[in-house]
Ligand binder design. Structure first.
Ligand code: HEC
Length: 258
């Protein structure tokens, strides 16, 4: 009998415990189902970053940029070196020598008439190369340049009669440096060998002749000339010393001087 029972089904005790277990399973499934229901449904797409957070990030980036610009030391590897000089590799502004400056001014302002070779145009524009008007008294040359020249003039044995425009404040108004440069250039180019005309010299002549409104004539040019100014070796040495100091990397002194 007992064998029959065994074969027909599980032991009654076993059956009870199985039913119980099934009940518990149902319970559990209920609880799970509840939990599943309560969970938020997954959505497609993405949720946007809160706008406040975006503003905070933007502000942070902006502040970071400003901070870097001010305190990064230009991202230089030697920014924290005790010998750091922020102006060390800035090019030192170099004063162009008068002669070089004058060469440029001449090619822009004078070569049209007097030619790049300084030879002039026969019968029209007198030569600059070899002209005694250029190489003798600096005041004569300054007068010609500042106020212009008019009427007959003899240059190297030939007579010219034209109009030389004024380059002073009453004319084409070149700067004192340009005037000093171009006069120095024509006194020293093409075999001309006269002294340079410094900026202070030109300033003196400008002060004397800037107010004159008429061009000179050849005869007038030789009248009332002052003494030929001595070249100033002291001033030249001073400028050379300055240049040396600047080359030694004394950028700050240079900046202060400007
Ligand atoms: C528009 C043409 C013209 C230009 C530009 C000109 N000159 Fe002249 N220059 C003349 C003429 C013309 C004379 C002669 C004037 C006369 O006959 O009275 C002259 C005369 C001179 C003289 C005296 C005579 C001599 O040959 O030595 C000098 C110096 C001179 N010029 C320099 C210059 C310089 C430097 C410049 C440029 C800054 C210049 N000129 C630009 C036309 C010009």
């Amino acid at each position: 009998m007992s064998e029959e029972k065994h074969s027909s089904g599980p032991h009654p005790d076993n059956k009870a415990s199985l039913e119980q277990a099934a009940m518990q399973d149902d319970n559990m499934q209920d609880v799970h189902a509840q939990l599943m229901r309560e969970k938020e449904e997954p959505k497609e797409g993405f949720s946007p970053v809160p706008i406040v957070l975006m503003f905070i990030f933007a502000a942070l980036c902006f502040w970071g940029g400003v901070y870097l610009v001010h305190y990064s030391g230009g991202f230089r590897w030697d920014a924290y070196s005790p010998n750091f000089d922020p102006n060390a590799d800035k090019p030192v502004p170099k004063e162009i020598p008068l002669f070089e400056r004058g060469q440029k001014v001449f090619s822009q302002q004078c070569a049209v008439c007097h030619q790049a070779s300084g030879a002039g145009v026969p019968g029209v524009y007198p030569p600059i190369a070899g002209s005694e008007w250029v190489t003798e008294h600096p005041e004569v040359l300054a007068r010609i340049l500042i106020n212009g020249l008019n009427g007959p003039i003899e240059v190297m044995g030939n007579t010219y009669n034209g109009n030389m425009p004024a380059f002073g404040p009453g004319g084409l108004n070149l700067s004192n440096k340009d005037l000093a440069g171009v006069m120095t250039y024509i006194r020293q180019e093409w075999g001309n060998a006269a002294s340079e005309m410094s900026v202070p010299m030109v300033d003196t002549y400008l002060a004397a002749y800037a107010s004159r409104s008429t061009p000179w004539t050849a005869a007038e040019l030789k009248e009332g000339l002052g003494p030929i100014p001595e070249p100033e070796p002291v001033a030249e040495e001073a400028t050379e010393g300055e240049a040396d100091a600047a080359q030694a990397g004394d950028g700050q002194a240079e900046e202060a001087a400007h």
